[in-house]
Design a binder for this molecule. Structure first.
Ligand code: IPM
Ligand code: MN
Length: 372
């Protein structure tokens, strides 16, 4: 009956209004804004397709703002960003600003203040993407690195004395609390279970030298595994050996959990074996209830390609995919990943800037059209 159809639709809309998410957009420096624009193009296509809404608000944090105002980050930045459901970040790093100022003052400060204690970095080789590792293909390279994101040498403990004299001394201390290690481990174990692949979690450490900090990690790892995750196989590799296995036998890994600095280093290697910075995405995750997470392409601001419409936006698009996944829009996220795989498998000549066979905006269009 006609009236019944109308009534049901209205009732449905009333009962479940369109889901909507508020996204803070930090384009940042260099090619950041260009790739974020393509990411948003694809996110909007996914939102239309899967019937949810994304509201964006832009923030101008980055090198240009710092050079203009002398302020790296407003003091209320974290409080403002906490009001959003997620943050979509382009890149931080400006050729006219000394190294460290923006990285520590924006990126690390936001990670710390928003307590994004997980840095999630999938290493997955898509079809058609060239890996520098001979004889390895997509069936061999598919693992995830869970990098602790708030402690370690990054905590900023240490200092210099007698600067500028031959007696200068510098210290920088790796700091780990049991609490901080446990919460990272819990995330990694849960993720390994959720992935449901080899059900293997590898702790990457350096227990033969850094006996204090990685001794703590190792004890916490086995205690938690034994008690709460009997279904997950536990493995261990020193960080130096990890870099070796990542090249020689990447298929051995399912999920790797590690400290902040080791995670930083091994994920650049990870990015290379999955096809380079053009494709590598990551999430700075605060998994706690109400936590606000921040998603970014893990490559830098690539100043020499800025404004040329040649940079590869797939890493930013992949970051958008991770953002939707974390927000619970898992179907939309899966569709974006499918579209990325179509594009890498059938369209692009290379993932390198300027060599894709398409411009930045064209690659965004290709993916968005496949999502729509
Ligand atoms: C990364 C980067 C940052 C880090 C820098 C820019 C502070 O290398 O996200 O991996 O070391 O974490
Ligand atoms: Mn890094």
């Amino acid at each position: 009956m006609f009236w019944r159809g109308v009534f049901t639709k209205e009732l449905e809309e009333f009962m479940s209004p369109k889901k909507s998410y508020n996204i803070a957009v930090l384009g940042g420096d260099g090619t950041g804004p260009e790739v974020v624009r393509e990411g948003i193009k694809v996110l909007d296509a996914a939102a239309a397709k899967f019937d949810f809404k994304l509201n964006y608000q832009e923030f101008d944090f980055g090198g240009d703002r710092y050079l203009r105002t002398g302020e790296v980050l407003p003091n209320n930045a974290s409080d403002e960003l906490r009001k959003f459901d997620a943050i979509f970040l382009g890149a931080i790093g400006h050729p006219d600003v000394a190294p460290g100022i923006l990285e520590k003052g924006i990126l690390l400060r936001l990670r710390f203040e928003l307590d994004q204690y997980i840095n999630l970095r999938p290493v997955k080789l898509y079809p058609g993407v060239e890996t520098p590792i001979k004889d390895k293909g997509p069936e061999h390279i598919d693992f995830v690195v869970v990098r602790e994101n708030t402690q370690d040498l990054y905590a900023g403990m240490g200092g210099n004395v007698h600067i500028g004299t031959p007696n200068e001394v510098a210290t920088q201390t790796a700091v780990y609390s049991r609490f901080g290690v446990d919460r990272a481990l819990k995330y990694a174990f849960d993720l390994t279970r959720r992935r449901n692949k080899a059900k293997t979690l590898t702790l990457c450490g350096k227990t033969n030298v850094l006996t204090f900090i990685y001794g703590l990690w190792e004890r916490a790892f086995h205690e938690m595994g034994q008690k709460d995750y009997p279904d997950i196989k536990r493995d261990y590799a020193h960080v130096d050996a990890t870099t070796m296995w990542m090249v020689k036998n990447p298929e051995w890994f399912d999920v790797i959990v590690t400290g902040n600095l080791f995670g930083d280093i091994i994920t650049d290697l990870g990015a290379m074996i999955q096809g380079g910075m053009g494709i590598a995405a990551g999430g700075n995750i605060n998994p706690d209830p109400g936590g606000v997470s921040m998603f970014e392409p893990i490559g830098g601001s690539a100043p020499k390609y800025t404004g040329k419409n040649v940079i590869n936006p797939l890493a930013a698009i992949g970051a958008g995919q991770m953002m939707l996944d974390t927000l619970g829009e898992t179907e939309a996220a899966a569709r974006i990943e499918q579209a990325i795989m179509e594009v890498t498998g059938k369209k692009l000549k290379s993932l390198a800037a300027g060599k894709m066979g398409y411009s930045t905006t064209e690659v965004g269009d290709l993916v968005a059209n496949l999502v729509a």
